[in-house]
Structure formats: structure tokens, C-alpha cells
Design a protein around this ligand. Structure first.
Ligand SMILES: N[C@@H](CCC(=O)N[C@@H](CS)C(=O)NCC(=O)O)C(=O)O
Length: 211
């Protein structure tokens, strides 16, 4: 197969958890790609040249020639199918039911828990921002997230499904909204979050913030 000429469009602030997920997927698969930034604070995602690539006007978008794909989980599933394990690092568990559960977790983290996403934006994680205490709605959402993560992860578990998957990254980033802000999290989940951040692909994203 010819080396793909991928371009990944991410936010210029490097605080989008969805852009990070697509970045980590490409990095884990060791695929070469060019990184292009879109300044969301200046609303450059609505400029015609970006809107032509992304019908959703959102980051991330993966481009290869005239093929353009937005929605981070669509990107990670596409990469997994096109660059399948074992030749490339797996992004999803191989067992069908585990793979389905990983997709369930990705979909849930993207569609629910809105009070946490609003009151603990990822600037809390990436820029150390401080926010007021959680509202009762956010506390309720946090309790639901913690209960789910606690049930999914055994004591000392490195990852959700025996081997690392992209759902681990997505879950760890969601939990980090609480952990990095100093909101209460069981020790088991804090340890899981810390281990996920040690992964070289996650560290590479953090490095973008420092450069
Ligand atoms: N479901 C989408 C969400 C993407 C998304 O919301 N991206 C935000 C940055 S975190 C964005 O581009 N916002 C710009 C806007 O909505 O104007 C995905 O998973 O890719």
C-alpha cells in the first residue's frame, strides 16, 4: 500500500478531546500525517475553505486527497478498518462484543454528561483552568460517570478490555475533567487516569501545547 498522505485538522488551542482522539489514533497506528490547525476562537472553522472539508464545521477532520472525514469516532473506526491489526496497532478490542462495548463508551462520552462537559471544559485539563464547584446536575452526571467507570474497570486495571483501546483514552480524558480539577475521584480511577496519560501517544498531544 502506498504511504497515505493524511492531513489532520485540529483546534489551534489543542484542547479538543475529539481532535486529541483522532491524533492519538493516527499516532498509535504510526501513520504519517500533516497537522493543520483551525483557530476556533476566531471561528475559522466556519470559513468556506474549512467548511468545504468539514460539513460539520468542527474539528477534527481527516483529509486524504479529496476524501474528508469529520467526527472523531468515524475517523478512528475508519483508520482501524483501513489499517487493521495485527499489521498496525489495534485501536479497538478484537473480540466482537468488546469492540461493541468500546464503541458504546465512545458514543456515550460524546452524547451524554453535558453538565460535566460544560462545567469542566478540557481547558481545565490542558490549561489548568479553575471553575466553581460542580452544580447538582454536574454532581449527578459525575456520579453516573464514576459508577460506570468503576464497574468497567477492575482494581489495578491498565485498561478497559485487557489491551489498550481508543475508548481508554476517551474515558480517561472525560475522567480527567474531574481529576485534574481536584474533584473527588476514587483512587482506582485516579490511578487509571494517570496511567493513560503516560502513554506516549497522549504525551505527544501534550507536547503540542508546549511547542
Ligand atoms: N462529535 C464530534 C464533536 C467535535 C466537536 O464538537 N469539536 C469542537 C471542538 S471540541 C468544535 O469543532 N467546535 C467548533 C464549533 O462548534 O464551532 C467529534 O467527535 O468529532
Amino acid at each position: 500500500m502506498n504511504t497515505p498522505a493524511f492531513t489532520l485538522y485540529v483546534d489551534a488551542q489543542f484542547t479538543s478531546p475529539y481532535a486529541m482522539s483522532a491524533f492519538v489514533a493516527l499516532t498509535e497506528k504510526k501513520l504519517p500525517f500533516q497537522l493543520r490547525t483551525v483557530d476556533l476562537t476566531l471561528q475559522h472553522n466556519h470559513l468556506p475553505e474549512y467548511a468545504r472539508l468539514s460539513m460539520t464545521h468542527r474539528v477534527p477532520t481527516l483529509s486524504e486527497g479529496e476524501f474528508h472525514l469529520s467526527e472523531s469516532s468515524a475517523i478512528t473506526e475508519y483508520l482501524e478498518e483501513r489499517f487493521a491489526p495485527p499489521a498496525y496497532t489495534a485501536l479497538y478490542p478484537q473480540a466482537l462484543q468488546h469492540k461493541a462495548k468500546a464503541r458504546e463508551i465512545q458514543a456515550w462520552l460524546r452524547s451524554d454528561l453535558m453538565p460535566i462537559r460544560e462545567e469542566r471544559p478540557t481547558t481545565v485539563i490542558f490549561l489548568g483552568e479553575k471553575r466553581p464547584p460542580l452544580s447538582s446536575a454536574a454532581q449527578f452526571a459525575a456520579a453516573k460517570l464514576i459508577a460506570a467507570a468503576d464497574a468497567w474497570l477492575d482494581e489495578g486495571s491498565e485498561c478497559l478490555f485487557g489491551a489498550w483501546s481508543i475508548a481508554d483514552l476517551d474515558l480517561a480524558v472525560m475522567l480527567s475533567r474531574l481529576a485534574r480539577h481536584g474533584d473527588a475521584l476514587p483512587a482506582k480511577l485516579s490511578a487509571y487516569v494517570d496511567r493513560q496519560w503516560q502513554r506516549p501517544s497522549a504525551q505527544q498531544w501534550l507536547k503540542l501545547l508546549q511547542d
